[in-house]
Design a protein around this ligand. Structure first.
Ligand SMILES: Nc1ncnc2c1ncn2[C@@H]1O[C@H](COP(=O)(O)OP(=O)(O)O)[C@@H](O)[C@H]1O
Ligand SMILES: [Mg+2]
Length: 348
């Protein structure tokens, strides 16, 4: 008779498998949801802190190696599900069931902030996360356009706006509240109450990630957002040009003043025309993580204009790949942030 493996042995083996980002083993992190053993075949179900985990295959390989070497194991199967880590400061605030709020900012307009916000949101949804996007850009509320929701009539249910959905992402825009040509008078109290309305008076479904597209610069919208909800992390979008440093610094200052932890800098439109590397150099100089770069690619613009984001229209292109990698990196950074004892103290 062959040797028999039991659940305890499997759990002991799983204690040697680390989550590389969280720096603890799967058992201590309570990530092992189920172990099933039949005729030497071990099936392990692991609950990740995000479905967009960049290290899924590393964790799978490590589990197979650790469990596979136990006597009596013929085969190891690994299944994943996810329970997205929660920013505990949001929990119980307002009437929202939103686990994380991620703000996307830039020092100036035209750098692709909305493009990045939309593709990140859709990429996260494609990985299986529950995602919403809140367009807070009074100067250019372009989220509806880029998601193909332009001109969509917003339904009202129980006195709340129902966010329309596109590509698995629920979206609401400040553009739905007031015509865009009133942007100039959108200062102070009106802007503040409108941003609060986008949280309170919208019938948001439960969300793992809410992406907020902020106006360029460091204006009132940043302040209103931070005063309305705890922001889990901020992302700064810049271009590769040599103004990137100045540009990114402006974005960084805004987040710092509001105690929003900075997840990092994204370099957009990298390529022959604008060059490569400005965003990365800015990240190094400003001592914040570099999240990655997105190439300058005409299909991105076509996608924005036609309301089909490039991660949907050209999912296999290097550009879509870059957005997916960014989405995973952002999701992983959020998980790491939520595992720190006090997010408030972790201001960069
Ligand atoms: N990586 C890219 N490659 C090509 N065009 C891009 C890229 N990112 C953005 N664009 C285009 O640049 C313009 C500005 O982008 P947008 O996201 O509206 O910028 P912002 O929100 O910062 O003002 C849009 O026409 C968009 O389609
Ligand atoms: Mg924009």
């Amino acid at each position: 008779m062959s040797e028999h493996v039991d659940k305890q042995q499997v759990m002991d083996a799983l204690r040697t498998v680390m989550d590389p980002e969280l720096g603890m083993d799967l058992v201590t992190l309570k990530m092992v949801r189920d172990v099933d053993i039949q005729d030497g075949v071990v099936r392990v179900t692991v609950t990740l802190t995000t479905p967009a985990c960049p290290l899924k295959s590393t964790i799978e390989d490590d589990i197979k190696a650790a469990v596979g070497q136990l006597p009596g194991v013929r085969d190891v199967e690994v299944n994943f599900d996810a329970d997205v880590a929660t920013d505990k400061r949001i929990f119980g605030r307002l009437s929202l069931d939103v686990r994380n709020i991620i703000a996307v900012a830039s020092g100036k307009g035209g750098v692709g902030k909305t493009t990045v916000a939309v593709n990140l949101a859709v990429a996260l949804a494609q990985e299986g996360a529950r995602v919403g996007i809140l367009d807070a850009d009074i100067y250019g509320p372009n989220v509806p356009l880029m998601l193909g929701l332009q001109g969509k009539r917003i339904a009202v249910r129980n006195g709340k706006m129902v966010p329309p959905e596109a590509y698995g992402v629920y979206a609401i825009s400040i553009g739905f509240l007031v015509p865009p040509d009133t942007a100039l008078i959108w200062r102070g109290p009106l802007l503040h109450s409108s941003i609060r309305q986008l949280f309170n008076d919208v019938d948001w479904p439960p969300l793992d990630y809410m992406i907020v597209d902020l106006p360029p610069g460091t204006g009132d919208a940043h302040l209103s957002l931070a005063q309305s909800v705890p922001v889990t992390g901020g992302i700064i979008v810049t271009t590769p040009q040599n103004v990137a440093l100045m540009d990114a610094r402006r974005g960084l200052v805004a987040f710092r003043e509001l105690n929003v932890p900075v997840l990092g800098i994204i370099e957009n439109m990298a390529g022959e025309i604008f060059g490569v590397g400005g965003g990365e150099a800015a990240a190094r100089e400003l001592k914040v993580p570099f999240l990655g770069r997105v190439p300058l690619d005409p299909t991105v613009r076509e996608g924005s204009d036609s309301g089909v984001p490039v991660v949907v229209s050209h999912p296999d292109s290097p550009t879509a790949q870059a957005f997916r990698e960014l989405a995973r990196k952002v999701a992983a950074s959020v998980s790491v942030l939520n595992f720190q004892p006090s997010v408030e103290l972790k201001v960069i």
